[in-house]
Design a protein. Structure first.
Length: 147
């Protein structure tokens, strides 16, 4: 027999009761830089992915030529959505697809990769806080002769 009153509703749980949670450990306070004073440190920005760099180069080149996604995709013989995803850094393209997209824009594969490398070098220079010539070990494009 049931111990419940005849006109009382009974609740039957669909899931078993969860075990009591263990007390959480306190989270350590973020490390602070004595030079900056107290407060959370801002994490360094993530290094860009190669597909983001190359996609950005493709988009900038296409826009500089005032061409549409459809025009470039047809010339490269790839789909418009795929080219769009490449430009946004959503897809990792094969070397054949990159070469076709570069050629559709009047670039060689080496040109495309060189422009991507330049973007990465600019990122690295801003990340370290050094511009050109900021230190003796900085990269120089020219020849310097000292007499």
């Amino acid at each position: 027999m049931s111990t419940h009153a005849p006109n009382e509703a009974r609740v039957i749980p669909l899931r078993p009761h969860a075990a009591p949670r263990a007390p959480q450990r306190p989270v350590a306070a973020p490390a602070t830089d004595p030079a900056r004073g107290p407060g959370p440190q801002v994490p360094a920005p993530k290094e860009p992915l190669w597909r983001d760099l190359v996609g950005g180069v493709l988009r900038r080149e296409r826009l500089a030529q005032e061409r549409t996604l459809k025009d470039v995709a047809q010339a490269a013989r790839i789909s418009v959505p795929y080219l769009s995803e490449l430009e946004r850094g959503r897809k990792e393209a094969s070397s054949e697809v990159l070469a076709a997209a570069a050629q559709a824009l009047g670039l060689g594969l080496a040109d495309l990769l060189s422009l991507g490398r330049d973007e990465l070098a600019r990122y690295a220079a801003t990340r370290t806080g050094r511009g050109r010539g900021a230190s003796p070990s900085a990269h120089h494009d020219g020849l310097c002769l000292v007499a």
